[in-house]
Design a protein around this ligand. Sequence first.
Ligand code: ASP
Length: 439
Amino acid sequence: MYNTITAKFGGTSLADASQIRKAVEIVKSDPARRYLVASAPGKRFSDDIKITDLLYTCHKQASNREDFTATLEKISRRYGEIIEALGVDFDLASEIATIKKNLEAGTSADYPASRGEYINSKIIAKFLGWPFVDAAEIIFFNENGLLDEAKTFQTAGDRLKALDHAVVPGFYGSMPDGKIKTFSRGGSDITGSIVARSVMADLYENWTDVSGMLSADPRIVDDPKVINYITYTELRELSYMGASVLHEDAVFPVRKAGIPINIRNTNKPEDKGTLIAASMPKDIAKRAVTGIAGRKGFSSIRVEKSMMNGETGFGARLLGIFARSGIPFEHCPTGIDTISVVVNSTLFDEKRDEILREIKSELDPDFITIEKNLAAIAIVGEGMVRVKGMAAKIFAALAGAGVNIRMIDQGSDELNIIVGVDEADYEKALKALYGEIIS
Ligand code: ASP
């Protein structure tokens, strides 16, 4: 069905030899899977330590002039086990010696951190019999540390398209002076996206340890449904509200090129996972709600002034006060003579006095009311625009659960409805909403 797939495997998917074997089997089962992007070995069990974390510890110890040999030895042992179990011929000792030498010479943290994916990818490339292509040679940052897209896509595209197959380490690239720079944590997802975009793959597969994105938080809702299809826009809304499957920056390279992302489970390759694309297939598009996600920790500052409605620039001046204090606003529901600004409570608390003073002096309001401990829940779905009575269902579900709604905001694209509830009601509200509109 697809001609070229870039398959990225996360840390748990490559945590030991048996996981690597699963990944390799997956890759080999479809000839379209030509490019494999690898993370460093992650956790094998819940209190295991990721190789990347061990590497950061080595760097910290080296910077504090502490002995880091025991930590480096742990790393070496884990790779040693993988190499032995896979039966590959690999000179681990010289790789470890190079890391040691660079740590002693005072390297920055990015270099040792990147070696987790570097070594893992080299081992996997050997096991597969595929060429290894170092990310430092194909992924470039500019002087400001931002991805140099044009140079990267061109170089990576030329280099990789000339090969039938390749293994590319995730998480890093190089600066103009050649030094290694990593993305933020979880950044191998970004590498996968860049590789998919550079070779103009038909599909970017992101193999992890869950069978896709869930339609609600499984810590609150029992066994929530997997989302089979989701648009990039819906994904953005749900991720912003706390649902996460993918590094946020991983969406941009493929999205611009119209390449869909498929989240898959290495431990259950038979599951279809979640397909993230620009638009939905017709039958799925009928679905009203795709998912529900929420977050605690908001405050609402409600400003009331009679005849505010006729006062030009009131809203702009109010938001300007928040902007000058460096506080982004999250939502801004308005009434005729009221306007509320919903912000992150921690950020607001730091600047509270200064903001209230300015609101009073600049806007001369009748009342200012601050509501703290708000949780926001977003009900997200591109199909909602066509469905009548969705708001009624939402409010009925919350009323039925005895939850008081303290804020309502509907995005102008009708892609989401956001309700604010007391933090204490958050779990109850989420369960009631899921029960009424998804399950
Ligand atoms: N190994 C890196 C981390 O632990 C990057 C990744 O796995 O995506 O953050």
